[in-house]
Structure formats: structure tokens, C-alpha cells
Design a protein around this ligand. Structure first.
Ligand code: FES
Length: 157
């Protein structure tokens, strides 16, 4: 895997820095590919189970590649109070995924976050870096339609 050898070399002398290593792999590939973890385990003589337990413990790591589009529903207190759970339920139902998952066609990754720091806009949803504040069920339905349309058109992100 291109780029991986460089990262492994960087951490060869400092195997205790596994989180830094995983962060570098994640920035290189956008997630932690299984083959990269296997190679790291082999080359640095670190148990694969240790790499997986770190990868699953920290929310910032992903073991699957992200979809082409990214939906993030804020579930912080302010957004939660204003009905974020209901909005998340609609995304999960209509996209047929659970939070943290990517649709089967790899088009959309649905995630939640604990506060986006813009509570005045609650409930807040971010779709492909675009903020949709004071969202409601109508807005969510529109956003989902838009995402599905983008897929059909094959339009770029
Ligand atoms: S709780 Fe959602 S932006 Fe703060």
C-alpha cells in the first residue's frame, strides 16, 4: 500500500505511539484499511487485536471507507431537546442505515456528533459540510431527496 511503508518507518523506533500511527494511517487513507492493520501488525510486531481495540475505542477512527456524501446529525443536548433523535430516525429509516454506517451503495455515510458548537441553530444537521440549522422533518425529507437525486444524476460531490 502506497504511503504505508513511510508511516511504518516513522514509528519503527517508537512502537508505543500507536495512536499517532493510526492517526497517520487514517489521514492517508481516510479510514483504517484492514490490510494496513495487518501489515502494521506484521512489520512492527504488534498484536492485531491491540490495533483493533484502539481503532474501535476511539470514535475518530473508521474501519470502513466513508461514503461519497456525509451526513452528520448533531445529538448534543440543545439539538436533542429540539428533536434531533426524530430527525436521525428519519435518516436511518430512509437511508436504511444506522448512525455510524455507510449505505450499501457507498453513497452516504450517516454519523452523529455531540455538539457542533452552534447550538443556537439547533437542531443542526450538516450535509457535505453545509450547515442546515433549525432543521425539521420537512427539511430532512428534502435533504434525503437531494442526496438520492445526486446519486441518480451521478453528480460530483
Ligand atoms: S448541541 Fe447541537 S450544535 Fe450544540
Amino acid at each position: 500500500m502506497e504511503g504505508l511503508d513511510k508511516i511504518i518507518d516513522k514509528y519503527k523506533e517508537d512502537k508505543e505511539q500507536l495512536i499517532g500511527l493510526l492517526q497517520d494511517v487514517s489521514s492517508e487513507f481516510g479510514y483504517l484499511p484492514e490490510e494496513a492493520l495487518v501489515e502494521i501488525s506484521d512489520k512492527l510486531d504488534v498484536p492485531l487485536s491491540r490495533l483493533y481495540s484502539l481503532a474501535t475505542f476511539y470514535n475518530s477512527f473508521r474501519l470502513e471507507p466513508r461514503g461519497k456524501h456525509h451526513v452528520c446529525v448533531c445529538m448534543g443536548t440543545a439539538c436533542h431537546v429540539k428533536g434531533a433523535q426524530k430527525l436521525l430516525d428519519i435518516f436511518e429509516r430512509d437511508l436504511n442505515v444506522k448512525a455510524g454506517e455507510t449505505t450499501e451503495d457507498k453513497q452516504v455515510t450517516l454519523e452523529t456528533v455531540n455538539c457542533l458548537g452552534a447550538c443556537a441553530l439547533s437542531p443542526l444537521i450538516v450535509v457535505d459540510d453545509e450547515y442546515h440549522g433549525k432543521s425539521d422533518q420537512k427539511i430532512v425529507t428534502k435533504l434525503i431527496k437531494g442526496l438520492k437525486k445526486k446519486d441518480e444524476d451521478g453528480s460530483p460531490e
